[in-house]
Design a protein around this ligand. Sequence first.
Ligand code: SF4
Length: 279
Amino acid sequence: MNKRREKAIVAALLRFEKSLRSRKTDFLLKRGSEEHKLITDIEKHPHAFVIGCVLDRVIKAEKAWAAPYKLKRRIGGFSFPKLRRLTRKGWKKHLGPQKNDPEKIHRYWETVMPDCLFSAIKVIDKYSNNRGKAQYMWAGDNLRGKDVVDRFKEIRGVGDKIANMAVRILVTRFEQPIETASIDISVDRHIARVVRRLGLIGKNTPKSQEKKVIVDKARELYPKFPAFIDLPIFIIGRDYCHKTNPNCGGCPMSTLCDHALHKRKPAPKTKAKRKRMKK
Ligand code: SF4
């Protein structure tokens, strides 16, 4: 793909990202709802955001962002000292089905998730000298975005994808002054599908190398903040670019996308077909 088209794609993604900010939802939750208030309370409950990030695997993102509020109701509060007192068993009890509420807060409530949340509390305490202030995870002079990503990755169960996403949100949604050039795109199946269909990476890129190739491509396309194009691509993948029958007509990338452009072109008639038609 030529550079001019790549630039046009980036510009379209940035425009789409801007349009997302005026949506009625934030964190995929209704603005002003109790769930939304807790996950966005970065001043008094920054640990709620960290816990939401840890829960954001194998379940829908909106369910993960709403989970801290659900846990708050089950635990009877969400102050850090209260969470610090929870053992792994305690987390398991609150994550699983309750007598009066059969909903499991996470698919892995019985297995790894209690450990992951227990570990999150330990890491928050580590970086705030046992003061329970999660904001110290992303505070500090000369701290690079990558350093914050690495701190998130110290939490059990948090890998590149969630850690980069968490730091990207801290910058874009919470306006935390974190260096951005070293924060990478978080590659998941939605992102990989859209990037491939747009033509930003080769169709024949082997699956085993796909993640690295996409990370490198995002660094090349938007070097000052590679993770910034993550959200618009993710939303396009989730809302328009379905695995089968992508809704190219409604997609903001339709005039620039390889896949959509090829779909529109009539298939070239072969000699054999022309002969058959003449008969
Ligand atoms: S135009 Fe179609 S194929 Fe291309 S990214 Fe949008 S939905 Fe996907």
